[in-house]
Design a binder for this molecule. Structure first.
Ligand code: NAD
Length: 422
């Protein structure tokens, strides 16, 4: 029996089309690994719960895990990112899902709890909410060894787990899949980078000639700065890390403290993983340029002080799907994308399937790795093994028909030795 609560089962046909489109662009996850998993069933008898953005790409990850023999449960990792047509199609395929677009905070955690009640052996999280809930409310799953290990998909989640580990309260083996090279060097940079397009979708705005402020110059934000510049914008970067700021300077961007950008910025896009990147003060809001577009691509909706902006606004008017016009006390208008939540997932479809192919190839192979090594894993943070990272990279290259060189034995010994010098 399939367990589920979704928005609308009648959307299944549309969802199947979306899953098909993604599948064809995900040769690593949805073809090579899935075909092998179908034959070998490495996940037989295992229940996997994913707290992920339930998109057409995540649907294909779920199908691959199921092909490997797993019982799969999914819930959303953001109240606004679930694609309701995809959930309808997946339920028909026997994937257990508790997710719908626009759920409340209370419903969000209810969905997580439904997945944890299934007593999963592997948790795949995006932002840490499911694994933290398991620690707080389902400790028996950890103490009994039901949970073998967990995987984390995004930077914000990894940071939360590092903090838990440091305080000695992380009780499960935790693989920060986000930190694998095949993940954050592609998914974060290319996927979120291309996410600037969400601001265009949101307001149908021309980037050329605009002053676009990108908060942060990390994996996601450096990609966003590059794409915004490519569209002809004058890009200003803000940072708190001196080395990242230097990288941005040498890449040719203007760097300023955020407060100095407020009066000139036409668009501000954040992706820092930090809170209150725009200070939550009325005098700061007063300075924002009339007609400014504010969008966030970081994990939580606190980079732009959404709550404080709503409180200060005289009027909040939805002007199109997931875009609001805030009329401020000084008469200026602010356009807020996606209620301050991940604009690329809310206003668009999230990362293109091609990049999620690598992230979810890693998640698939790591699920298999956990099952194979379950008796050796200890609580705490454990890096994704380099050979799994390399394997996903090689599979991706092969799927693209790209060949690379291989070290000869002599070359290998040279770069790993010290004998040969001047
Ligand atoms: N939208 C998406 O689809 C998507 C995809 C991947 C990651 N994310 C999220 O995006 C966020 C960033 O991830 P990342 O991988 O780029 O992290 P990162 O650590 O590589 O980069 C973050 C950068 O922001 C800078 N920063 C921190 N606080 C700042 C502040 N107050 N002002 C200016 N700069 C500041 C940091 O110094 C760092 O350089 C995280 O919340 C992550 O979970 C979103």
């Amino acid at each position: 029996m399939v367990n589920y609560k979704i928005a609308d089962e009648s959307l299944a046909e549309k969802g199947k089309e979306a899953l098909y489109i993604a599948e064809n662009k995900m040769p690593v996850t949805a073809k090579v690994i899935r075909e092998r998993f179908s034959k070998e069933k490495p996940l037989k008898g295992i229940t996997i719960a994913g707290c992920l953005h339930v998109t057409k790409e995540t649907g294909n990850l779920a199908r691959t895990l199921k092909a490997g023999g797993a019982e799969v449960y999914l819930c959303g990792s953001n109240p606004l990112s679930t694609q309701d047509d995809v959930t309808a199609a997946l339920v028909q395929e026997g994937i257990n899902i508790f997710a719908w677009h626009g759920n409340t905070d209370e419903e969000f955690y209810w969905c997580i709890r439904q997945c944890l009640k299934a007593k999963p052996n592997i948790l795949i999280d995006d932002g840490a909410d499911m694994i933290v809930t398991a620690h707080k409310e389902f400790p028996e799953l950890i103490e009994s060894g039901t949970i073998l290990a967990c995987q984390e998909e995004t930077t914000t989640g990894v940071k939360r787990f590092k903090a838990m580990d440091k305080q000695g309260v992380l009780k499960v083996p935790l693989f920060p899949v986000n930190d694998a090279r095949c993940k954050n060097q592609f998914d974060n940079e290319l996927g979120t980078g291309q996410g600037v397009v969400s601001a265009i979708f949101g307001m149908h705005v021309l980037f050329a000639g605009k002053k676009v402020v990108i908060a942060g110059y990390g994996h996601c934000s450096s990609g966003m700065a590059l794409r915004a510049r490519g569209l002809g914008a004058n890009v200003i970067v803000t940072e708190v890390d001196p080395i990242k700021a230097l990288q941005a300077v040498f890449a040719g961007y203007t760097i300023k403290p955020i407060k100095e950008t407020l009066e000139e910025a036409d668009i501000i896009l954040t992706a820092t993983g930090c809170k209150h990147v725009i200070p939550p003060k009325n005098e700061v809001f007063d300075k924002l340029k009339d007609g400014i577009i504010l969008g966030n691509l970081g994990h939580f909706d606190i980079e732009i002080p959404t709550k404080e902006l709503y409180e200060y606004a005289k009027e909040i008017k939805p002007i199109r799907s997931d875009v609001e016009e805030l009329l401020m006390p000084n008469g200026k208008k602010i356009y807020l994308l996606a209620k301050g939540r991940l604009a690329n997932l809310v206003l668009s479809e999230g990362h293109p399937s091609e990049v999620m192919d690598m992230s979810f190839g890693l998640q698939s192979l790591m699920s298999e790795y956990i099952v194979k090594n379950k008796d050796k894993l200890k609580p705490g943070m454990i890096d994704v093994p380099v050979d799994i990272d390399d394997q996903v990279g090689l599979l991706k290259l092969q799927s693209m028909g790209v060949e690379i060189d291989k070290l000869t034995e002599e070359q290998y010994n040279y770069i790993h030795g010290y004998e040969e010098g001047t």
